[in-house]
Design a protein. Sequence first.
Length: 523
Amino acid sequence: MRIVTAAEMQEIDRRASSEFGIPSLLLMENAGLQVVRALEEEFPSCLSRPVSVLCGRGNNGGDGFVIARHLHSRGRKVQVFLLAKKQEVKGDALVNLQILEKMGVKIREVQRLSDLEGEREGILGSDLIVDALLGTGAHPPAKGLVAEVISYLNRLGKPIVAVDIPSGLGADESHPVGECIRADLTVTFGLPKRCLFLYPAAEFAGKVRIADLGLPPQLLTDPQLRLSLIEPREVSAAFPRRRRDAHKGSFGHVLVVAGSTGKTGAGAMTSLAALRIGAGLVTFALPASLNSSMEAKLDEVMTEPLPETEEGSLSTLALDKIVRLLEGKDCLALGPGLSLHPETQELVRKLIPQVKVPLVVDADGINALVLHLDLLGQAQAPLVLTPHPGELSRLLSVSVEEVQRNRVAIAQKFSSGFGIYLVLKGKGTLISDPQGNVFLNPSGNPGMATGGTGDVLTGLLAGIIATGVEIPLALRAGVYLHGLAGDLAAQEWGEEPMIAGDILERIPAALRLIKQAGSANHG
């Protein structure tokens, strides 16, 4: 499912009218009706008392008038507040205002905050508030009376349902500016808007429902819409039913080059994750002095001792052996726990141009590329970088704040500029490809902010790639499953006690849920 900017959604609406003859008034009608259905399904107990619908003068307010009309027609008590003068309302919104008044519903003009207050005639007599003040066409911050009202509504503690987006948020922005409605539910129309899934703005949206307005499907799947939401039914294609005559060689061989003194766990978790997600074979290549301990720890993983530095990290003398080890392998996972030792970092830089299989680079493998981004253009095979915001900020010589504020644009530019795949970790992990497409992951939780979770992700990605799945799908599947396994762990343990091993243990359960979603979709 695509995620759109305000301008992209406006263009979809325009084309629906101009190319398909769908009247804009009908789209507004469908929008309001979908919100009413959501209210009845999500807040049935709140509809016994008056519902307060707060409207602005634009199309978002017009949606509010439709909502109020359908609530009234269904016998619900409704109060409508307009934060403007009636003569300021135009177009489709005016049509619906006039219909509502002809049906006998009073529309109160709000000129000051006190006009809202009151137990009988004011908002205090409601158990549910509908926010139809500002839509995607508004530019934050909210000002004047609207800002006052938003602040007041947030303080009331009553459930709030936002129409399309919470008032005060910029539709395209990841960071809120000024006063913004904190909604319990947001019913968005046609396609979700960026602010509903980009953090921290998404914290204001509450639960998000995507309402079907009857728009032509070809408009909603236009390839020019570059940002998409990852969905479980989509990624289930990465895990097809296995042939009954398959053997371990049928599902690929991952080489993991990782680890150093004190950091063997990183490579171990990467290796186990690759196996657990379905790779047929995994070889863990690590400093020679650490090999025996990993042989004892990892029963299902093969190990290879490599030349090392005096500090217990990989030496440049390991290069030739790694290149030989890559023969017959299907993917290389490089970087977890390698260390920042200068010789080890040089090894990474010498190795990358010689790799002829898909390469997933994480952690200290990424750090080796700081001031050496030219190496990205020397890769002979598909290259995947999996940085967290701090690692990407070092690669680009910008602040972490700049990365976080412009995650989509920065990821898109980096991938298309260097011709690689990027997995930018964080809440709402992004996957960007060389063609400029970006995918946003909805799964995962703050409990995953603990050491080792990135190593598990690296193993998942490498393992799926090794099985022969095309890289774009493999990345989406691995990232979504990783977050889902984290969500399952959080459900059982809570977020605070979670460790990376909890995620590793729940890979099978997460995989089962994804397959079930795929089966339901095809059933």
